[in-house]
Ligand binder design. Sequence first.
Ligand SMILES: Cc1ncc(COP(=O)(O)O)c(C=O)c1O
Length: 296
Amino acid sequence: MIVFINGEFLPLEQARVSPLDRGFLFGDGVYEVIPAYAGQLFRIEQHLQRLQNSLDAVRMANPYSSRQWLNILWELMSQQDYDNHLIYLQVTRGADDHRSHAIPVNIEPTVFVMSSRLKTEPATTHHPGAHTITREDSRWRHCDVKAVTLLANVLLRQQAIDQQCEETFLVCDGQVTEGAASNIFIVRDRALFTPPKGPMLLPGVTRDLILEIAEDIDFPCQERTVSTHDLLAADEVWFTSSSREIVPVISVDGQQIGSGTPGAVWHKFISAFDHYKENIKERKQATGQRTAASAQ
Ligand SMILES: Cc1ncc(COP(=O)(O)O)c(C=O)c1O
């Protein structure tokens, strides 16, 4: 596998990072996960904007311009033998010559980018539905920053896995904020709800696309708080992310949601989502080109 590290494209086995890297010592860095369908980067402007927001929040300079990022991602994709990618990019503050909490001046950030193969069967076809749990949110209060410091998320997600479930929904002061690695939507009385953006959740790129789809197809949708009671009483529950797209939930904490199968509103939105992805691929076939503005 060819990866990008600090300006070079190298086989993974040759990529090296210092043990004094602050990403390794402190989890001092930020990241993005970006899908690409048929080589077309999905919602890339939104991902690069969120990267910039994360870097600003942790007082790091962006090592590259948008154009430079695009060139890196395109080159990396061209070095893989598949066309549908899940790109992981990470920027850490870099390695100093000693360990100290104080933010060092004049060190170079460490930039690492890799691609893995993205499975892309249209999700519209039979999704069995996911089982989930809820847990008290034990994370810090800057969850809108996509920081590599993910230990709380790892432990929270693992509690779902331990119970043969797929996701843990996080509860803060009685309100459900998001999943351990996803955003949450509920459907009640033919209207869609998702918690508003704020410091306790990541502003998901997939989440924002769903809000756009709702507007496009004129489906009632509101950003408002979702209590644990709302969650259990919902007709449908979904979680969303770049890697999982839109996942219908059929149980929370062992309690059935709606009819216990993926609901009609989920079918409607996943079809619209698949259609949106198809448009991106078709645009590539029509122009024969990759476009930075894929899927605006
Ligand atoms: C905590 C958290 N919330 C939400 C999301 C969904 O964000 P996106 O749709 O941009 O992938 C993720 C994605 O990994 C996440 O880790």
